[in-house]
Design a binder for this molecule. Structure first.
Ligand code: CAA
Length: 382
């Protein structure tokens, strides 16, 4: 699809495609199979100025818009979904909320090293006992002089053991439910802060996913993000932005599966002709191409609303649920097109299928996206 990108967006897209083709794609299989966190990919993204892509230039960022953010997650994920995950959790879930709600001191201390890529960020909302029902969290933060004392555990944390700076949501007043949730900036190395074992995942296996444990962990009051009690709204707004990235990741994975399916169908012969010449295969490819374009329009509608400062919860949820379900469906079709070979690690499509599945789960399951859409429609239409 020929979307009318600006010159800056075209230049960024070209740079991302080069990095993807020349660097990320060739490492993707090895790091998936070894479950190795690709520190060299993080360094590469930092050198390319990607880690602060949408951060204000005055804090060392690229000052770019949300279409650029979408392009970055799409192209990185097309080459290596684990790297797309590392990037998106760092930028949209940790770095951007510090830009949006942080004090001047917090921006100086935390935003600048995050934007340069010197430090890696993570976001900690879910817990072992509650993921979808985010307000039901049990991690507590109790006031103690100039500090809050954190106790509890967080689960499924992307960049878990590898990050340096964590945005952690905790209950400062459980009676108030979601209105008692507060955001804290927590640094690796703080006493009482430790990690669980890495999760052994189906897909995005090179990204680090761990639990975080807080045992009487003292966090200075200066590290409260926004005001005490603002945490739930910060988390929800952060996820609105994050979900545009997850939709873009799904689109990138689907594009990789689509392109490799065309190439394979153009080589593989059966019954005396290329399988690309069978209408059964052509229809699968036609459906993939149509759905990828449809996902892109939804994603860019959400990204544009974000950049205009409009309410975009519904659009980002619609983009995520559509793009993630389309990626799951079409990566399965890509394996089908590749037949027996697609079911082996000789080809990439089995990895795309495994990687696609997480996009229907993290940053809110497909069921949660439908709840967000339905709630927004009620507000808009009744
Ligand atoms: N923006 C601003 N405010 C919002 C909002 C938004 N998008 N969504 C909700 N709110 C506000 C509401 O207006 C309401 O405010 P008031 O009390 O002032 O009226 C308040 O938040 C509570 O809203 P709800 O009653 O809708 O809240 P709820 O408890 O019913 O939950 C939910 C709503 C949509 C289900 C929410 O809990 C949710 O999004 N759950 C999924 C959580 C999720 O995505 N987790 C993923 C974790 S992160 C991750 O996966 C990344 C990783 O690293 C692995």
């Amino acid at each position: 699809m020929d979307y009318s990108y600006t010159e800056d967006q075209k230049m960024l897209q070209k740079m991302l495609q080069d990095i993807g083709e020349k660097e990320l794609k060739e490492r993707a299989k090895e790091i998936d199979q070894s479950h190795r966190f690709p520190r060299e990919n993080v360094e590469l993204m930092a050198e390319a100025g990607l880690m602060g892509l949408t951060v204000d230039e005055k804090y060392g960022g690229g000052g770019m818009d949300y279409i650029c953010y979408s392009l970055a997650v799409e192209e990185l994920s097309k080459a290596c979904a684990s790297t797309g995950t590392i990037f998106s959790a760092h930028l949209s879930l940790c770095t951007m909320p510090i830009q949006d709600w942080g004090s001047d001191e917090q921006k100086e201390k935390f935003l600048k090293p995050l934007a340069s890529g010197e430090k890696l960020g993570a976001f900690a909302l879910s817990e072992p006992g509650n993921g979808s029902d985010a307000a039901a969290m049990n991690t507590t933060a109790v006031e103690d002089g100039d500090n809050f004392v954190l106790n509890g555990s967080k689960a499924w944390i992307t960049n878990g053991a590898e990050a340096d700076i964590y945005l952690v949501l905790a209950q400062t007043d459980k009676e108030l439910k979601h209105k008692g949730v507060t955001g804290f900036i927590v640094e690796k190395g703080t006493e009482g802060f430790s990690f669980g074992k890495p999760e052994d995942k189906l897909g995005i296996r090179a990204s680090s996913t761990t639990q975080l444990h807080f045992d009487n962990c003292k966090i200075p009051k200066a590290n409260v993000l926004g005001q005490v009690g603002d945490g739930f709204k910060i988390a929800m707004k952060t996820l609105d932005g994050g979900r545009v990235g997850m939709a873009s990741q799904a689109m990138g994975i689907a594009r990789a599966a689509f392109e490799e399916s065309i190439a394979y169908a153009n080589e593989r012969e059966a019954f005396g002709q290329k399988i690309l010449d069978f209408q059964a295969i052509q229809f699968k490819l036609a459906n993939m191409s149509t759905d990828i374009d449809a996902a892109r329009y939804l994603i860019y509608a959400a990204a544009t609303a974000h950049d205009r400062g409009e309410q975009f919860s519904r659009l980002s949820a619609q983009a995520k649920v559509f793009a993630s379900e389309m990626a799951m469906k079409h990566t399965v079709e890509a394996v089908q097109i590749h037949g027996g070979y697609g079911y082996t690690t000789e080809y990439n499509v089995e990895r795309y299928m495994r990687d696609a599945k997480i996009t229907e789960i993290y940053e809110g399951t497909s069921e949660i996206q439908r709840i967000v859409i339905a709630k927004a429609l009620q507000k808009e239409m009744l």
